[in-house]
Design a protein around this ligand. Structure first.
Ligand SMILES: Cc1cc2nc3c(=O)[nH]c(=O)nc-3n(C[C@H](O)[C@H](O)[C@H](O)COP(=O)(O)O)c2cc1C
Length: 177
């Protein structure tokens, strides 16, 4: 799948089927994380791979907005160091890299950020100096999507040209005629 097609068709999955993700794809997703750049190349992040019904169930119990992770094939907890003021930018980049790497192999994923932090720290031995930035659940999607169902604003509402507030009509930047 080429990169744009991967971005275009990727969606947030919350329902997975029983198929097991092969270890080499799992490794590729983790490798995508490792290869992603961090601010100042600090590589301050750490990842916890969560597998098995019991631990995925624990993750779901600790969650407030990601109970669906109980049905994932595996999950990854993304930890970043809050001493770096760019740590959440790094988190966003690595999350998207892992999700796109997975989707390019037809493995779907979802992300959640709501959890009872102290329970999570306790259950997964997460040190207090690291921020629990997000949790990703991965697996094969329960249903085959025929077309992307993206609910997004049009470009005209999102993009200005040269100056804030300047619309495409005021600009010739993207004229193709
Ligand atoms: C910063 C961030 C936090 C999110 N938190 C949650 C969450 O706690 N639980 C959840 O189910 N989805 C969460 N999502 C997924 C969003 O709901 C999803 O990206 C959005 O609905 C678009 O989905 P789509 O790409 O399938 O259209 C989060 C996404 C982002 C980027």
């Amino acid at each position: 799948m080429d990169t744009f097609e991967c971005i275009r068709t990727k969606f947030e999955a919350r329902n997975f089927d029983m198929r097991v993700v092969p270890p080499e794809i799992k490794l590729e997703i983790l490798e995508a994380a490792r290869l992603t750049g961090t601010g100042l190349n600090t590589q301050h992040w750490r990842f916890i791979l969560v597998e098995g019904k019991d631990d995925l169930g624990k993750l779901a119990e600790d969650s407030t907005s990601g109970k669906w992770v109980a049905g994932a094939n595996f999950a990854i907890i993304v930890l970043t160091n809050p001493n770096y003021n760019f740590h959440l930018i790094d988190a966003g980049r690595v999350i998207q890299c892992m999700q796109l790497a997975a989707w390019s192999r037809e493995v779907a994923s979802g992300l959640f950020t709501g959890y009872q932090v102290e329970r999570l720290r306790n259950d997964f031995a997460i040190p207090h100096d690291l921020n629990t930035s997000a949790i990703l659940g991965f697996g094969y999607p329960a249903r085959k999507l025929v077309a992307p169902r993206k609910n997004r604003l049009p470009l005209d509402e999102l993009v200005y040209y040269g100056r804030y507030g300047k619309t495409k009509e005021d600009s010739s930047t993207l004229d193709v005629t």
